[in-house]
Design a protein around this ligand. Structure first.
Ligand SMILES: *Cc1c(COP(=O)(O)O)cnc(C)c1O
Length: 646
C-alpha cells in the first residue's frame, strides 16, 4: 500500500520510491514535471537537463531506442573528483608525494570514452592501465604528456614488451607489472636487446579477503600476482642483472567493487609492508599502485553489501593516504607516488541505457460471467462460487479451492471432456481469485509462505526494446543490480508491478530483481502504457558505464545499440557531441561470416524464379527486393514504422 494516495502522488514520491537521490549521487534527480534529470556543473554553477528532452533530440536525429546515453560532463566530473579528493587528502594529511590515477581500459574501451578520459584527464596527468596488447596500443595512441603513467598488467609477450620499451624510450613512464618470473626474464632480455631500461612493477598477492562479489578471488586463492617467494626472486634476478634500479612499483589489486572500507585499509596496510620489504631488498621503488576496487553504490544503501559500499570517496582517499603515511613514516621510507586504477567509479555514472516498452502482458482475467454459463462444467460453477466468497478471513481456503478446481478442469480438458471455452473460463476465474487474494495481502498480518510469490506471479510483463545479453550482460552473468526506473510520468502514481522481458526469445532475457529503498524486490512499480496514444514509455537503466559496453554478445543477433554522447552547456542546452549508429542487420550478419551481398544475390535468384513461374509480377519482385535490402540496412532492434530510413 502506498503511504501516499494515488490521486495525491507527486514527482517527489517517485523520487523516494525509486531512491534516485541516494544512488544518483547528485547526478540524477526527478524534476517537478516528473522527469529524470541529469545534473552537471559549470564553474561551480549547477545545470540540469531532462533526459526526456535528450531522448526527443535523439529521436529527431533517428537515433532510436534502445540507446546508450553518455553525459560527457558527468565523466569529466568523476575524473575531477577522484583526482581532487586524493589531492585534498594528500594536502590535509601532510603526505609527501602526489597521486597519479590511471584508467583501466578494460572497464570501458569505447573510443569516445577513452578519448574523453585522455583529454579531460590530462590536467591531472591521469593515465591508463592496459591489460593486453590491444589496450596498450590504445593507451600509446592517447599518450600526450610524459607525466601520465601507463601501467601494463596481464601476460606480456615480446611484442607487448617491445612496444612498451619504445614508448619508454620516447620518454613516457610505461610500467611493466610482472605477473611471473618468466615475464621478468623476457623483460630483461628484450630491454638488453633494445638497450632501453624498463620501469618495472611487481604484482603482489594479497592475503586480505574482501567482501562482495569477488571475495572468492581475493586472498590466497587469487589467480593473479607473484607469491612472496617469487617477489624476492624477482629482486634477486634483477640485482644479478644489474637492473634492480628498474624495480620501482608495487602493485596490489584487491578486486573490483570492494564494499567494505575495512578491507581497503587492510589491503593498503599489507601492501605497505610489502613495499617496505622491497625497499629493504635494495629496490629504489617510488610508486605504490593500489589497483581498482573503489566501489559504486548501485543500491544507494551506503551498506557493506555486494552492490553497495560503506564509505565515500573522500573517506577512501583519506584512508589510503593515512595508512601509507602511518606505515612508512616509522620505517623512515619516503612517501611513494600513489597510484590507483579506479575503473568502475570513474565511468559508471556517466552512462545509462534507455529503451522503450513495446507491449505489456498483464495477468488480468478477461470478462467474467455473473452466473455459470449453461451447459458449462460443474467446476466452472464452483470456481465462480469461490470468487464470490473470497475475503480476508478465508483467503487461504479459497486459494486452495481455486487451484484445485482449475487443475481438475485442466485434467478434464486433457481427456477431451472439457471444451476450449471451459478451459479459458476456468483459467480466468482462477486468476480472478488469485488477483483478489493478492490485493488482500498488504492487509494481512502474516503472509503464508506459499503466497509470498503471488505478487510476482501475478505481475505484468513489460516487453522492452533491448537485449540483456548485449547491453546489460552483468545482470545475466553475475546477478548485478542496477538502478532502473521510468524517466518520465513520475508525477503519476505507478500502479502496475512488472518484470521486464527483453527482445531475445530467451527465458534468461528478463530482469526480475530490482533494488529499491524499500529493499530488493522481484517486480518494479511502473505506469500503465497509455493505450492508442502512440506515446512511448521510456525506462532507464542507470550507472551502466562500467563493464557493460563490451562484455555484451550477439545473442539472437541483436547488435550494438545506438550511442549518443551529450555535452551539457552552461545555459542548460546540450550538444550531441558524438553519435554512433548501432549495428545494422548486415553488420551483425557479417560478424558471423555471412556476406550480405551474397545473401542479396541468393534472394534475388529466388525472387526471379518466382517471377518466371508466375507467382509474382516483376513490380512485386522489385518491392520485395527493396524490402530485403532495407531490412539488411535496418537496426537490429524493434523499429517504429518509418524510423528505419537512416
Ligand atoms: C579490473 C581491474 C581494475 C578496475 O577495477 P575497478 O573496480 O573497476 O576500479 C583495476 N586494476 C586491475 C588490475 C583490474 O584487473
Amino acid at each position: 500500500m502506498p503511504a501516499v494516495e494515488p490521486e495525491n502522488w507527486q514527482a517527489s514520491d517517485s523520487a523516494a520510491l525509486y531512491g534516485v537521490d541516494a544512488w544518483g549521487a547528485g547526478y540524477y534527480s526527478v524534476n517537478e514535471r516528473g522527469e529524470v534529470q541529469v545534473h552537471v556543473e559549470h564553474e561551480g554553477a549547477p545545470v540540469a537537463v531532462s533526459l526526456l528532452d535528450i531522448v526527443q533530440g535523439m529521436r529527431a536525429r533517428h537515433l532510436d531506442m534502445p540507446a546508450v546515453l553518455r553525459v560527457r560532463n558527468v565523466l569529466d566530473h568523476r575524473i575531477a573528483v577522484l583526482n581532487e579528493s586524493f589531492a585534498r587528502a594528500i594536502r590535509e594529511g601532510g603526505y609527501g608525494n602526489v597521486y597519479r590515477g590511471v584508467f583501466p581500459i578494460k572497464v570501458n574501451q569505447q573510443c569516445h570514452v577513452i578519448e574523453e578520459i585522455a583529454n579531460y584527464g590530462r590536467r591531472y596527468h591521469h593515465g591508463f592501465e592496459a591489460g593486453s596488447k590491444a589496450e596498450l596500443i590504445i593507451a600509446l595512441s592517447q599518450l600526450r604528456d610524459t607525466e601520465s603513467l601507463v601501467v601494463c598488467n596481464g601476460y606480456k609477450d615480446a611484442e607487448f614488451i617491445d612496444l612498451g620499451l619504445y614508448a619508454r624510450r620516447m620518454g613516457y613512464p610505461v610500467f611493466f607489472v610482472l605477473e611471473s618470473l618468466h615475464e621478468l626474464r623476457m623483460v630483461i632480455e628484450r630491454s638488453r636487446r633494445l638497450q632501453i631500461a624498463p620501469l618495472i612493477g611487481v604484482r603482489m598477492r594479497s592475503a586480505v579477503k574482501v567482501d562482495g562479489h569477488w571475495s572468492q578471488d581475493s586472498g590466497d586463492r587469487s589467480i593473479f600476482g607473484l607469491s612472496t617467494t617469487a617477489l624476492l626472486q624477482v629482486a634477486a634476478e634483477l640485482r644479478e642483472a644489474g637492473m634492480l634500479d628498474c624495480l620501482q612499483m608495487l602493485h596490489c589489486h584487491l578486486g573490483s567493487q570492494v564494499p567494505n572500507i575495512r578491507n581497503v585499509r587492510s589491503g593498503v596496510l599489507e601492501a605497505c609492508q610489502f613495499y617496505a620489504g622491497l625497499v629493504a631488498e635494495g629496490a629504489p621503488m617510488g610508486y605504490l599502485d593500489l589497483g581498482g576496487g573503489l566501489a559504486v553504490d548501485y543500491e544507494g544503501a551506503s551498506a557493506n553489501t555486494t552492490h553497495s559500499m560503506n564509505y565515500q570517496l573522500d573517506e577512501y582517499c583519506v584512508n589510503i593516504v593515512e595508512t601509507v603515511r602511518e606505515t612508512l613514516d616509522p620505517l623512515a621510507i619516503a612517501h611513494p607516488v600513489l597510484v590507483s586504477e579506479s575503473g568502475r567509479a570513474t565511468v559508471a555514472y556517466s552512462s545509462m541505457l534507455l529503451f522503450n516498452v513495446l507491449d505489456v502482458r498483464d495477468c488480468l482475467p478477461g470478462p467474467l460471467p455473473s452466473a455459470p454459463p449453461e451447459g458449462g462444467s460443474e467446476l466452472i460453477a464452483h470456481l465462480l462460487e469461490v470468487l464470490q466468497r473470497v475475503c480476508a478471513k478465508n483467503y487461504q481456503e479459497c486459494y486452495n479451492d481455486a487451484l484445485f478446481y482449475r487443475d481438475e478442469l485442466r485434467e478434464l480438458f486433457h481427456r477431451g471432456q472439457a471444451s476450449l471455452r471451459d478451459r479459458a473460463l476456468a483459467e480466468d476465474l482462477c486468476l480472478a481469485v488469485l488477483q483478489r487474494i493478492n490485493a488482500l495481502l498488504p492487509q494481512l498480518e502474516r503472509v503464508p509462505p506459499e503466497l509470498e510469490s503471488l505478487p510476482e506471479q501475478l505481475s505484468d510483463i513489460y516487453y522492452a526494446n533491448f537485449s540483456l545479453f548485449q547491453s546489460l550482460p552483468d545482470i545475466w552473468a553475475i546477478d548485478q543490480l542496477f538502478p532502473i526506473m521510468p524517466i518520465h510520468r513520475l508525477a503519476e502514481y505507478p500502479s502496475r508491478e512488472a518484470i521486464l522481458a527483453d527482445l531475445t526469445c530467451d527465458c534468461d532475457g528478463r530482469i526480475d530483481r530490482f533494488t529499491l529503498p524499500s529493499g530488493e524486490r522481484s517486480t518494479l512499480p511502473l505506469h500503465p502504457l497509455r493505450e492508442g496514444e502512440g506515446e512511448d514509455y521510456y525506462i532507464g537503466v542507470f550507472l551502466v558505464g562500467a563493464y557493460q559496453e563490451t562484455l555484451g554478445d550477439l545473442h539472437n543477433l541483436f547488435g550494438d545499440t545506438n550511442v549518443v554522447n551529450v555535452a551539457v552547456n552552461p545555459d542548460g542546452s546540450f550538444d550531441f557531441a558524438r553519435e554512433f549508429h548501432g549495428d545494422s542487420i548486415a553488420d551483425v550478419l557479417s560478424y558471423v561470416e555471412y556476406e550480405p551481398k551474397h545473401m542479396q544475390e541468393q534472394f534475388r535468384r529466388v525472387a526471379e524464379e518466382a517471377v518466371r513461374s508466375g507467382r509474382i509480377s516483376v513490380e512485386e519482385r522489385q518491392r520485395i527486393l527493396q524490402a530485403f535490402r532495407d531490412s539488411l540496412q535496418g537496426y537490429t532492434y524493434f523499429e517504429k514504422e518509418g524510423s528505419w530510413q537512416r
